[in-house]
Design a protein around this ligand. Structure first.
Ligand SMILES: Nc1ncnc2c1ncn2[C@@H]1O[C@H](COP(=O)(O)OP(=O)(O)OP(=O)(O)O)[C@@H](O)[C@H]1O
Ligand SMILES: [Mg+2]
Length: 445
């Protein structure tokens, strides 16, 4: 047994590590031989100028949003790990991708350790994803999986999930750290030597203690997460590591009975449908990677009853909301310290960008004064501690998206100097230097 945190070794399992004092950090150790890269073994070092680079050919996943996140498709010989909460739609997404690859490029092997072949067939029928080029292998033995791959020679291999495959003869139980590591190493080696891209599904456990994708993130080339809220139908595919592309891109899908549908215009999902302007509601223009996203922020500020005022947020950063309340109190003179404050992002989306600061601030003031922000206004800007508005990146991109969705005016930081940015010509542009200036422009007309 070995402590995950500090490496302290013990012959038996201990609840608390004597080395670092952490609880429940002991894991079994298994004798796993270090992976040898056969392709590299024995090669002497060479100057980089003499190394011939691999040709950049990508294999499309057949799903535009997935290709976008991968950086243009699967790189031959790469290993991609797809993680996500139980039931979020990992198998659905991969089955849909598999059948499209089978239709466009060639044979796909789908190794399903979790579901029997009839179950997969049933799902495929529901998703209208039945194709003769898609081969199913309900298999959990890694050696047999390797045999299937070398016999079938598919263009893409999908293993659903890595926790269910195991190597016979290894003392550890399937799904344990030792097994997951060993199986990942073997599949990685196979991918590199044959050039077949391998997609692994990994389970995330609540505590992250079990052998989840976290332990494998270093071993694979690309790590994707499928995220989604149980109460909403949209799913976001996000890259958290990519050796062959950007990790900023997101893919947006909507789940229905026919599976995951690509959403080409995701901004509509995160705007509430109410037409008349109401106080406390502000639309901000965020950017995820290169993709602009309009999100509605709703705030409710009401006099606190007894005791400490409450502050609650969903989808926006709690600390930034507190910060905005403090800036408004100090720089604008609003007495928010005696108010309960609730702030939500519509649609269950999560915004982490500071460019949403001004939107949060205006939503708070709008609710506090009970005065709506005029309809068709989009708000952009990061707020500093002195109440000044800081420039935001990709202003043109944000303005274009607002214009595309029918907004007619935009408030943005004067420091961005973006009034001559292309794309926002159809918008009335209001440049503001500080939060108070933005308030004057939007709320006191
Ligand atoms: N008949 C159905 N009609 C509509 N939606 C369905 C139907 N069956 C399943 N779903 C949706 O598909 C989701 C399950 O998707 P999927 O099995 O791909 O998830 P998963 O991430 O692979 O889960 P697990 O971690 O258990 O393998 C369900 O949560 C549900 O929303
Ligand atoms: Mg599944």
């Amino acid at each position: 047994m070995r402590c995950r945190e500090c490496g302290y070794r013990s012959v038996r399992w201990l609840g608390r590590c004597p080395g670092c004092g952490e609880w429940h950090t002991f894991e079994e150790e298994t004798e796993v031989k270090a992976a040898r890269r056969e392709t590299l073994a024995g090669d002497p070092p060479r100057p980089l100028t003499e190394v011939v680079g691999a040709e950049e050919t990508r294999i499309t996943s057949g799903i535009g949003e997935m290709d976008r996140v991968l950086g243009g498709g699967f790189v031959p010989g790469s290993v991609v790990l797809l993680g996500g909460d139980p039931g979020v739609g990992k198998s659905t997404l991969l089955l849909q991708a598999a059948v499209r690859v089978a239709g466009i490029v060639g044979r796909v092997l789908y190794v399903s350790g979790e579901e029997s072949a009839p179950q997969v067939r049933l799902r495929a029928e529901r998703l209208r994803a039945v194709h003769s080029g898609l081969y199913l292998a309900p298999e959990t033995d890694i050696e047999r999986v390797e045999k299937h791959i070398s016999e079938l020679r598919p263009v893409v291999v999908i293993v659903d999930s890595i926790q269910t495959v195991s190597l016979d003869g290894l003392a550890a139980v399937p799904g344990s750290l030792g097994q997951v590591r060993e199986c990942t190493v073997r599949l990685t080696r196979l991918a590199k030597s044959t050039g077949i891209p391998v997609l692994l599904v990994g389970h995330v456990t609540k505590e992250g203690v079990l052998a989840g994708p976290r332990t494998m993130e270093h071993m694979v080339d690309t790590v994707l997460y499928l995220e989604g809220d149980r109460h909403h139908t949209y799913r976001v595919l996000r890259g958290v590591k990519n050796r062959f592309g950007s990790t900023n891109e997101i893919g947006v899908f909507e789940m229905d009975s026919a599976g995951l549908r690509e959403v080409e215009n995701p901004s509509r999902l995160f705007l509430s449908s109410g037409a008349a302007p109401v106080s406390g509601s502000v639309v901000v223009s965020c950017v995820e990677g290169t993709r602009p996203l309009l999100v509605e922020i709703q705030a409710l500020v009401s006099a606190a009853g007894y005791g400490t005022p409450r502050r609650m947020t969903a989808g926006v950063d709690y600390n930034r909301v507190i910060l905005m309340a403090a800036v408004l109190e100090k720089r604008v003179g609003l007495m928010l310290s005696s108010q309960d404050i609730y702030v939500n992002a519509v649609g269950g989306v999560k915004i982490s960008e500071p460019a949403a600061d001004l939107g949060i601030a205006l939503a708070l003031v709008s609710s506090f004064w009970d005065r709506p922000v005029p309809a068709g206004t989009v708000v952009i800007g990061e707020v500093g501690l002195t109440g000044e508005l800081r420039p935001v990146p990709q202003l043109g991109n944000r303005l274009r998206e607002a214009a595309k969705l029918g907004f007619d005016s935009a408030v943005f930081p004067a420091a961005s100097g973006g009034s001559n940015e292309p794309g926002g010509e159809s918008l009335r542009l209001f440049a503001a230097g500080s939060v108070s200036e933005a308030l004057d422009l939007v709320l006191t007309k």
